[in-house]
Design a protein around this ligand. Sequence first.
Ligand code: CTP
Length: 404
Amino acid sequence: MLQGKKIVLGITGSIAAYKSCLIIRELVKRGAEVQVVITPAGKEFITPITLSALTQKPVVSEFFSQRDGTWNSHVKLGLWADAMLIAPCTASTLGKMAHGVADNMLITTYLSMKAPVFVAPAMDLDMYAHPTTQQNMQMLKGFGNHIIEPQSGFLASGLEGKGRMEEPEKIVAYLERYFAGASATADAADLTGQKILITAGPTYEKIDPVRFIGNYSSGKMGYALAEECARRGAKVTLVSGPVSIKASHPRIQVVSVESCVEMFEAATAVFPSCQAAILCAAVADFRPAEVAAQKIKRVGQTMDIHLVPNPDIAAHLGQMKQPGQVLVGFALETNDEQQNAHHKLEKKNLDFIVLNSLRNAGTCFQSDDNQISIISRTGQHDYERKPKQAVAHDIIDELSRRIH
Ligand code: CTP
């Protein structure tokens, strides 16, 4: 359940900091990637060298890592992580978290965190029992954070053993249970009853009976998205340009088209009855003004083909979009990626855009892998290079969140 999960581990100034090494070991053993963020007081108890040896990553501690102006981005960490675990968490850090006192890298990272946060408090009994600490913990719970504490604290004296950090294996087991629950929900049929339109593949724009203007799109990404939606319970209409692959799930209805105009007609007919559309096709922006009835002969030294603009399917659906409908586009860019993606988001009235950069070698066209960023009006999430099926899972997770 923790395989491939990205965990930010926050370590604070407690004697229990040495136990963080055991937490890292357990997380890494289960295939998780761990990035340590440590407070200045934490470094008094355990050295960054030990921690970076265990995690195989430099430890983040200061806002500025070098004296050359390079700074550590808490915002990037907040977007990178699947979870943040603060263990051990002192009374001081609990207080700063509850009140937004962002005077170190750990608190700024916590405040930027988009993923769930787990906190394992560690302090002596008096500090733990103080109403301030108790109230701060209640506030943190109220903000949706998970507080992980030993279960058997209330012995004869009432609070005996309380404040002690939960054992590393139990903390890791807690995370494991959390992710098992989350993936069970994700894998459940969360798109049951939804109708989704997907465009995929290239378009062929005819020049004459034997020639066309096309592109290298294989359709693999669009087909992977269709399979993922259908697997999660949706009914999919897959409007596909010419490709050599086939859809297998019975809930996918394929509408085969060739040109942009055909794709436009099929997509605009289906969209009003759909909750979402994902526009994954690599559509030709222009087509020959005239299609020759006969094969064009080689005459003369040069040849011109006059092109006229094709309809923009995405932009058109963006205009048709009703409240509650979700529209997802793709952008393939070679330069000024973010800026161009934001421009397309607005121009086509999309809810989010999946950005592919041709800078990432071995991804995109014809490849089985893809490396994407998801850009919306609220921010950007960068993903690692993955097989297209896994990328489809990430994209449909984002779509599912927006449909519900
Ligand atoms: N798209 C579409 N219809 C078109 C062109 C593009 O539906 N005629 C969709 C694509 O499927 C994709 C998104 O619009 O989801 C962006 O495609 P892209 O070709 O990058 O955008 P363009 O608007 O053509 O911009 P550019 O000039 O950068 O190529």
